[in-house]
Design a protein around this ligand. Structure first.
Ligand code: MN
Ligand code: MN
Length: 468
């Protein structure tokens, strides 16, 4: 064997090596990751909205012995409970063996994704074509939502209080909808506009019909015919749209990407790619040392405001209930807790390397991304995890053999973003961001690596099952 040079020796001892799951994972682990992602794809195909995520999670939790928490319920180690927040956010917990006063472990992800929402009064006819008027939700590039098949999801609450659930455009036998765009032949003025103005927000309207009510005279007969069909299918009248939450998402399902099938392309990886592992990691627990909590939050894409967003008090209230049941004070539990704020991060895109700083940017197949701080520019709008906390997470993940990397969201002056971390940190909880790197984030078709998704599952499992 050749002797190593001094430089080789020192490099090995002192230098950080780039993380590469394709090299550090064994063939068995890679097979396990591919297998795990089949479950993730099934989840993506069933769940496209926050409400559908909550419905899925409750069904899967109940099948594993979780019960709805009732105030006053006695709790002991191994108990599995959940609390549904208005059908749009969810908290689940497995009670641990350590005293609750030693804190809990939290994995918090969001289940809303950028999309188009229907306006309260959405239905109109123009030139014998019928439309739903929309208002976009979250940070989208508007031009990406034209000329692609779209589906409709949500609820309509009738005046009598009855709720009608809508999901149309997902089954292959369903019709789909779309937003039309201008033909290139006549788009010379449009194509001169900056991309932010390429498509006007008011032009993102959904084409939903073109045939008038037969053998009748009068105006708006296409609209009337659509209303008749909607009434037959859902039993609603036009005014019922006033009390509805209807969301438009891409109509296509999750697909393997690449000849090697190493990636998954789908709508809404942000943040279902963290919500799913946060659930599977919780479901894999028997009796953890520390009480393990998974939070699925709504409204992250619009700033986490409102009763179902992470700025609401629903999480501290839930922790307080658990603490009360076990004779402890809620604030003491929170102060000694640890949280993984689980959200996606940017993956280095070789086609756009100029927006990231490569030494501090996550790479596809580099594993799950640990992010010390998010925010923008002078670290505005971030909770910035402490060195102590980063040290503890490095230890927990390395001990568990998790493939992980660090990553920042873009170059210092370019932009940035934030997530729910700071709202949980503001509750006096040690919080750090962790998630899956994504290509084409917020596009209708986002791309992740299967190995990174599996690494997220392993990371959440390591946190929720920690004994330090
Ligand atoms: Mn997100
Ligand atoms: Mn997002």
């Amino acid at each position: 064997m050749e002797e190593k040079t001094k430089a080789e020796q020192l490099r090995e001892e002192l230098c950080m090596k780039p993380s590469d799951a394709t090299k550090s994972m064994t063939a068995d682990e890679i097979a396990a990751a591919d297998d795990y992602c089949e479950g993730y794809k099934a989840f993506l195909n069933e769940v496209k909205t926050e409400r559908e995520a909550v419905t899925y999670a409750i069904r899967e939790a109940e099948a594993r012995g979780f019960v709805a928490y009732e105030p006053g319920m006695a709790l002991k180690a191994g108990d599995k409970i959940y609390q549904n927040n208005r059908g749009k956010a969810l908290m689940l917990a497995v009670i641990g063996s350590a005293p609750i006063g030693e804190g809990v472990s939290i994995a918090a992800a969001h289940i809303d994704s950028p999309r188009l929402d229907l306006k309260p009064n959405p239905l109109y006819e123009n030139q014998h074509l019928c439309y739903f008027d929309t208002h976009y939700y979250g940070g989208i590039k508007k031009y990406q939502w034209t000329a692609t098949p779209l589906s409709l999801h949500g609820v309509i609450v009738k005046k009598n209080g009855e709720t009608v659930t809508v999901k149309i455009g997902e089954d292959p036998s369903d019709p789909v909808f779309c937003v039309t765009d201008l033909l290139p032949h006549l788009a010379s003025e449009q194509m001169q506009r900056p991309a932010t103005k390429l498509i006007d927000g008011e032009s993102l309207d959904l084409l939903i019909g073109s045939r008038p009510l037969c053998d009748e005279d009068g105006s708006d007969l296409v609209k009337l015919n659509v209303l008749r069909l909607i009434n037959e299918k859902y039993g609603i009248v036009e005014a019922d749209f006033l009390s509805a939450e209807l969301e438009i998402t891409p109509a296509f399902g999750a697909r393997d990407v690449g000849f090697d099938r190493s990636m998954i392309g789908a709508y809404g990886h942000d943040d279902r790619v963290c919500a799913y592992p946060a659930l599977t990691a919780l479901f894999a627990l028997d009796v953890p040392t520390y009480t393990a909590v998974t939070v699925l939050a709504d409204k992250e894409e619009t700033g986490s405001d409102g009763a179902t967003g992470m700025q609401s008090a629903f999480l501290p209230y839930f922790i307080e209930e658990i603490a009360d049941a076990m004779g402890e004070k809620g604030h003491r539990v929170l102060s000694r807790s640890m949280c993984l704020s689980a959200d996606v991060n940017v993956a280095l895109d070789p086609l756009y390397p100029e927006v990231v700083e490569s030494r501090n940017c996550a790479k596809l197949n580099g594993g799950v991304v640990l992010t010390k701080y998010t925010g923008a520019r002078g670290k505005g709008d971030t909770s910035d995890a402490s060195a102590e906390l980063m040290g503890k997470f490095r230890r927990i993940m390395d001990d568990a053999g998790v493939v992980w990397q660090i990553g920042e969201l873009g170059k210092v002056d370019i932009g940035g973003g934030g997530t729910v971390a700071k709202y949980i940190a503001n509750l006096d909880v040690d919080t750090v961001d962790l998630g899956v790197p994504v290509l084409s984030m917020h596009a209708p078709f986002e791309v992740v690596s299967k190995l990174d998704v599996y690494a997220a599952h392993r990371a959440f499992t390591a946190l929720l099952a920690r004994d330090q």
